[in-house]
Design a protein around this ligand. Structure first.
Ligand code: HSE
Length: 410
């Protein structure tokens, strides 16, 4: 039997305990006796919990117990999660984390500490919740040169965009609904402004490159400006709108961003709806591989953390290797990115926009049924360096939406 501890008994931490306890027999097939949770570290007491007797408030109780070989870190935030994780690793205790903020900021440092002390730092649950994604990428696809990772990485915004698509509801209304259902936080900025997706694509990009792609170098656009009108035009031309994290190798650098995209019908991400996540990984030999499932939630995310705890437990005394160095990966400057855009604006500006985009235009999109009547026009551009599109439109007012597009043949 493996003795373990949980750092942080919130939603995910309690999910991890539920998975380890309820599936003990299943886990015992590979870890004789299963994984027993000996301690739960939290600043709160949980007198009504069946695990009340395991609550401790002092991390040293756990770190000084030689029986503990694995912990899960489900605290969230950078501190004290970083200090506690580092101290555990320095004592040879493996750490399995769901904390994307910590993994993005300190992943390579914690991996180095794990390697030095013959234990593991694992973080499957930090991206894509319950979806097995990082472990397959690092194992089943280890022989591949991965050149692109693209996905719907945030369940809250995907729920909101799906509602806007199907019900024609506006942004404010669907945000309120998402909050009432407990998907969106009271302060929803991390989700709706794209920061959550940004951190997740930073982690996936770093794993793709083996070097660090920093979150603060990633262009981050959220969904706050998407309107029902954008959905009307998109639907009439065979597209929907999704918030994507996208990272692709472009020569010796990586082109990476978080932004809403028009996604064409038939694309594998088109059918990823509601709170689900979907991730496409492109390898030069295997082509596209798709991962799909629940990207959030107590039990799905707890299940992914438990899988890491089992992996770490099967490798006691050694390190599960993850190639991610502190060396910075060069990021393609935003203006040099190659993109095609859907552009919607005031009808009065149509001629000026058409003139400014001369040679860059793919098509003008007529709307058979526009919510704004005749007041608006829409067009799509060819693929261009983004700075050429932005520069061309610099002097023009009345642009209501500029949304990147995935090509139809993708
Ligand atoms: N707020 C995140 C989401 C939680 O909605 O996907 C999982 O990281």
């Amino acid at each position: 039997m493996i003795q373990a501890a949980v750092f942080g008994f919130g939603n995910i931490g309690s999910g991890v305990v539920a998975v380890l306890e309820e599936n003990r027999e299943q886990i015992a097939r590979v870890i004789p006796g299963g994984i027993a949770v000996k301690y739960i570290l939290d600043i709160r007491d949980f007198p009504d919990s069946p695990y009340a007797d395991r609550i401790v408030h002092d991390v040293d109780v756990i770190l000084n117990d030689p029986e503990i070989s694995v912990v899960c870190e489900t605290m969230g935030g950078k501190e004290p999660a970083y200090t506690f994780s580092r101290r555990a690793l320095e004592r040879g205790i493996s750490v399995c984390s769901s904390n994307k903020e910590l993994v993005e900021a300190f992943g390579p440092k914690l991996l180095a500490a794990a390697a030095e002390h013959h234990c593991s730092y694992l973080f499957e649950a930090s991206v894509g919740g319950g979806i097995p994604l990082i472990t397959p990428m690092l194992n089943c696809l280890v022989q591949e040169k991965i050149t692109e990772v693209m996905g719907i990485l945030n369940g809250t915004t995907n729920y909101m965009l799906t509602k806007m698509q199907h019900c024609g509801a506006d942004y404010g209304k669907v945000l309120q609904e998402a909050q009432e259902l407990g998907y969106a936080e009271r302060d929803p900025r991390a989700d709706v402004e794209g920061h959550d997706t940004g951190r997740k694509i930073a982690i996936l990009s770093s794993l793709m490159c083996g070097k660090t792609v920093r979150y603060d170098e990633i262009s981050c656009e959220g969904i706050t400006k998407i309107t029902p009108e954008d959905f009307v035009f998109a639907a009439q031309h065979g597209y929907t709108i999704r918030l994507l994290g996208m990272s692709r190798l472009q020569e010796d650098a990586v082109s990476v961003l978080t932004a809403p995209f028009l996604v064409p019908e038939g694309h594998p991400l088109y059918g990823v709806t509601d709170v689900f996540n979907g991730v496409l990984v492109h390898g030069t030999m295997v082509d596209d591989v798709m991962f799909y499932g629940r990207g959030a939630g107590k039990l799905p995310t707890g299940s992914a953390v438990a899988a890491d705890m089992i992996l770490a437990s099967r490798n006691i005394g050694s390190t599960v290797p993850i190639a991610w160095s502190e060396e910075l990966m060069p990021v393609v400057p935003a203006g040099e990115r190659i993109s095609a855009f859907f552009i919607r604006g005031d009808k009065a500006q149509e001629e000026a926009v058409l003139k400014a985009l001369d040679g860059k235009l793919e098509a003008v999109w007529e709307a058979e049924d526009s919510l704004e009547g005749d007041e608006t026009f829409a067009l799509v551009t060819k693929e261009y360096r983004e700075k050429e599109i932005y520069n061309a439109l610099e002097e023009i007012s009345g642009i209501r939406s500029m949304i990147r597009m995935l090509p139809k043949e993708a």
